[in-house]
Ligand binder design. Structure first.
Ligand code: PLP
Length: 367
């Protein structure tokens, strides 16, 4: 008997309409210089591997549900109570929990633009309207605009993504003084910055900070991030998260990384030195580049005749990709379309990139 063909079921309308997050390209095969996803070019501390190896014996058991040992160690590291810390499966997990806990289809969220491109996707999943406060080329903070936004939760990336500009404690405090909602300062890159917002937690219960082991700790593949906030905020996120949101190998690996502070201080210092040298090289070529406090630089490529703009940035992006050098191009907004975001790799990688950039400039001159 012929049965009628089933039509595939529809998801909720806002999910059907959702434009998903577009992660940076992870190429197959060897020979790529990967400067497109702000990964750390150095390996993690050798202690991480040892702890993960030991942890294999515990795999038959469920992990500690609250990542208790890591939570305590993070609290101590930041001079906070364990009740002010929540560990997640990458800081993306924490950002997701924040959206799920603090906004809805009737309670809007907000973000400073440009900012991390995952926020609009999380807002879309939650069917929340997202108020975007547009920055200017200086990416100033406007406390009045944020407090007037009507957003119950507002996301501020500092150091900013993709510009790398870091906001000062005074600027962030000025927002917190005025704003009635929860201000989330996404500090994925704080280890490379001059200051961070942790000291403000003591005074402001409306502040949440998100951090990650993916960048400074060279553990993007492990997926460990965390939130720092007032105990009340942490309690809410704790209610919403998966009971076993961080597996036991991740907990063990991140704890080992945290304990090897000396190793990571060295890694971060190397990256900051390379960043400074590369910034100088771009300046020599007369390219406008934001002063970065992160492990990437956001730069406006120009041709030898001074021509800049989206077509120029895209042309260089393709030229580099054809030579197996990956950087990131964000075509979506007028604030970003004339720029490329370049992760800081090793000195050797940056020298190869500069050679390719100079060859592109010579090509452009001959055309
Ligand atoms: C600003 C910002 N926040 C959060 C993340 C996500 O980090 P994680 O790997 O911890 O999920 C990224 C990753 O690139 C980022 O750029």
């Amino acid at each position: 008997m012929n049965r009628p063909a089933q039509s595939s079921p529809s998801a909720l309308p806002h999910i059907e309409a959702l434009v998903p997050y577009s992660p940076g390209h992870q190429p197959e095969g060897d020979g790529w210089i990967k400067l497109n996803t702000n990964e750390n070019p150095y390996p993690p501390s050798p202690e991480v591997g040892k702890e993960i190896q030991t942890g294999l014996q515990r795999l038959p058991l469920y992990p500690n549900p609250t990542s208790a040992a890591l939570r305590d160690a993070l609290a101590e590291f930041h001079g906070l109570e364990s009740t002010q810390v929540l560990v997640g499966n990458g800081s993306d997990d924490i950002l997701n929990l924040l959206f799920r806990s603090f906004c809805s289809d009737r309670v809007p969220a907000g973000m400073l633009e440009p900012g991390y491109s995952l926020y609009p996707v999380l807002a879309g999943i939650q069917n929340t309207s997202l108020v975007r406060i547009a920055g200017n080329k200086e990416i100033d903070l406007d406390p009045d605009a944020i407090s007037a936004s009507g957003a119950a939760i507002f996301f501020l990336t500092s150091p900013n993504a993709p510009t790398g500009v870091g906001y000062s404690l005074d600027q962030i405090a000025a927002v917190l003084e005025d704003y009635n909602g929860l201000l989330v300062v996404d500090e994925a890159y704080a280890s490379f910055a001059e200051e961070d917002a942790v000291p403000l937690l003591e005074k402001f219960p409306n502040l949440a900070i998100t951090r990650t082991f993916s960048k400074s700790h060279a553990l993007a593949g492990l997926r460990v991030g965390y939130a720092l906030a007032a105990p009340k905020v942490i309690q809410m996120l704790d209610r919403v998260r998966d009971s076993y949101n961080v597996n036991s190998l991740c907990q063990a690996g991140a704890l080992a990384a945290l304990r090897d502070a000396g190793y990571y201080q060295n890694v971060v210092n190397r990256i900051k030195t390379t960043r400074q040298n590369f910034f100088h090289e771009l300046k020599v070529r007369d390219w406008f580049t934001y002063p970065s406090q992160a492990n990437y630089l956001f730069t406006e490529p120009s041709k030898p005749d001074g021509k800049t703009g989206p077509a120029v940035a895209e042309e260089l992006f393709q030229f580099l990709r054809d030579r197996k050098i990956l950087v990131r191009y964000f075509s979506g907004s007028s604030l970003t379309a004339g720029f490329l975001r370049i992760s800081v790799g090793t000195d050797e990688q940056m020298n190869l990139l500069l050679t390719a950039i100079d060859s592109w400039r010579r090509h452009a001159q001959q055309k």
